[in-house]
Design a protein around this ligand. Sequence first.
Ligand code: SF4
Length: 494
Amino acid sequence: MKPAVYFMDARSDSPDTSLIAKMLTVFDAARLGEMISPGDVVAIKVHCGEWNSSAYLRPVYARALADHIKELGGRPFVCDTTTLTYSPFSSRATELDLLITAERNGYTSATLGCPFICADGYVGTSDYRVDIPEGFILKEAYIAQAIAAADVLIALTHFKGHGMGVIGGALKNLGIGAQSKRGKFSVHMGGHPKYGVGGGVKFTPEAFKGKANDVNWELLENCCPYGLFKVTADDRIEWDRKRCVTCLGCLGLMNPRGIFEPLQEQFDATDAAIADAALGAVKAVGRNKVGFINMAVDVSPKCDCAGFSDIPIVPHLGVFASKDPVAIDQACVDAAMRSPGTPGSLSEEMGVAGAGQRKFDLAGAAIEGLSEQTTINTAVVNGLGSRDHELVHVAKAGPERFRFPPDPRPTYKRFGKLFEKFQPFPRERFDGQGFDRLPEVDLSAVKHPDGPKVSIHPHAPYHGDGTQHPAPSNGHAAEGHRHGHAAHSHSGDD
Ligand code: SF4
């Protein structure tokens, strides 16, 4: 039987069609709540976003999901893990940095209503090793301890592109995001004789232009956490490649200078390994204890691990839920392919904006030759899931479910007594009109696309001809009291 992927589109015109409501509605339709028994510890795995990225999922999604899990009797926590890269200025390499970044991005225990945890510990070495004999390339995985220890795991994923993984979906949320730091080293082919950076990258030291011509030469020398680069007195760059562990920290400096040439096979091997590592995460928690929600909104071409977020390459695609991570990622890839690209985005720039065109091979991947299907196909090979699926359109759940829960009473019951004490409408002022306003104006005069069609106030600071009036000598607004009332001016809070 084909796995089901439950889907709602991204249109919204009522509280029960908000994206938050849709997330909870597809969660229920996919019966993910049935995995949770009273008292179960439930890990909600998110990507909290890099410093200055802005397309990552708003924390309110995780909050609403955590609240719902509590209603079901579970004990939720929200988590992310330390990054592999120690690249210069990376913002999530340790628990300390991750928590600082997560907090800046809005992920805190206070906002989430449950603990926010760095799941693999301070350095990223708190983990649980899992054998994966079914793996296509990896035979073991190192799962972040807090995730492996959970009774139930919900991968709450922002579906988007990724420079190395091509797509950043449910599989990557587990295949990278649920791995400890050493798990991530393994997935990225750390120390691999053929696919690792040290093993396979083409090194062209002649591309280094010398200290005088590269103001960042000291950064080059100091970009590796193992200190494997040296700029010599005679202006050469040396690299101790035998000791390279493939942390990727140097690539952002070496690749653009031509000192390194990206190794496509490393990217392909990593994309395959993501699927194996995702299988490891599912095995660590239990096959029937892991559920998936993909929020295919703000589909930026690069991952939330970049320190920026480009224009989405396609419009919002919708909200998906499934018990199969392969099916749910395939459903999102299919939806992106069916969709036209966003005008002015990278999908247009790369010539893949047409409906029916694969988007991520060129608009997601950092180099040409990668495939948006590599991770998905590998996850079919290792038995994690199925590409074939049934897409089930889910109906909205009704407005009752999504009313403001702390006080569900209608307006008069909520506010009638309060208004008797604290009347916000000042009826007694200005002859019962309450506020100081003109009885009638020509509203059509300020609706014209070319600008206002009414004379500009003589004391307006900017004139229609672009000239600026000098500020009144007393430093206050020049407007007097039209009606002779002692109108109280204030700072403009509203
Ligand atoms: S040389 Fe290797 S270990 Fe050093 S920064 Fe580059 S990838 Fe990392």
